[in-house]
Write a protein that binds this ligand. Structure first.
Ligand code: TA6
Length: 296
């Protein structure tokens, strides 16, 4: 799907416009430094393309884009829980309809803010008053921040993630540094912890790295670039690739999709929502990721 040739539905400014991606509306931003697209369905970042470069994000052509299902690829927003701590998987934020809250363009970047507020639907699965904002900042670097606010009278807890799917040339040639050495392996409880400093991915991987470095670097010789990820407000970094068998079992991923993606996620992880991050009444919490690239 070419997001940059999709016809304009409505222009907010010369460089910020609404488009349709399947059944969902999305906002497309063109800035001299980079372009990007964010869907209102899930506040889901679909694309971030520095000018003259390939997209830094991988998006599945087999995603449904029906305005209901979660989108495969880009940056899914997982809130108010990560993974299968409750149902639906990764929380309801990524399948909710978000509203445009604000937009701004400067010489440095374009900033789009989307907002989601609790309603009867969210209350039925997670009975807590909240306001969430997703800040999508497109410039020389991509900044994405999930800001959650407790607008009720009692503290609540959450877990969550910015579940980034990076666009990579070839999983077989790639390596990752900066993940740290300690991790919970969701596929192999007995995996040795003292891993080498550099990770190569040679089979399905689903790990929660609990002491990541400030900078995680994905080295991609095939596309001739390094992708640099700097997270904040997180307590771990998750690395996920379903490999061939996993991709084949997912209707919304091409069979060979796993060769061109790697998830490196900014995560507030806890085994249960109750053990997650506490947000007191009238307080906000921010979980962020900053993604950029440099030639190798
Ligand atoms: O972040 C890794 C993970 O939780 C994996 O366990 C894997 O299931 C993946 O996310 C995708 O989840 P989804 O619900 O989008 O299929």
């Amino acid at each position: 799907m070419n997001l940059y040739t999709a016809p304009i539905d409505y222009s907010l400014t010369k460089s910020i416009e609404f488009i349709y991606v399947g059944e969902s509306r999305a906002i497309r931003v063109r800035h001299p430094k980079a372009s990007g697209v964010i869907s209102l369905h899930g506040a889901h970042v679909l694309s971030y393309q520095p000018t003259g470069e390939e997209d830094l994000l991988w998006l599945s052509d087999n995603s449904q884009f029906d305005g209901k299902a979660a989108i495969r690829g880009g940056i899914p927003v997982c809130f108010p829980w990560f993974a299968k701590a409750a149902s639906p998987s990764h929380g309801f934020a990524r399948t909710s309809e978000w509203q445009l809250h604000a937009y701004q363009i400067t010489q440095e970047n374009a900033l789009i803010t989307l907002q989601l507020k609790d309603d009867q639907g969210t209350d039925a699965t997670w009975p807590h008053p909240f306001k969430a904002r997703l800040l999508f900042e497109v410039g020389e670097e991509l900044n994405v921040t999930l800001e959650v606010m407790n607008i009720g009278g009692h503290p609540w807890t959450f877990t969550g993630a910015l579940h980034t799917y990076l666009n990579i040339g070839d999983i077989d040639t790639l390596s990752v540094t900066g993940l740290g050495k300690t991790f919970i392996d969701k596929l192999d409880e007995n995996a040795p912890q003292a891993e080498p400093e550099t990770l190569s991915v040679t089979s399905a991987i689903d790990r929660i790295y609990t002491e990541p470095k400030e900078e995680i670097v994905v080295h991609d010789p095939t596309l001739g670039r390094d992708i640099i990820i700097k997270n904040s407000g997180h307590n771990s970094a998750v690395v996920w690739n379903p490999w061939q068998e996993g991709a084949q079992s997912m209707a919304d991923m091409q069979d060979d999709g796993y060769q061109h993606m790697l998830c490196v996620e900014s995560v507030w992880y806890a085994p249960t929502i109750e053990e997650g991050k506490t947000v007191q009444p009238a307080k906000t919490y921010q979980l962020s990721t900053n993604i950029s690239s440099r030639p190798r």
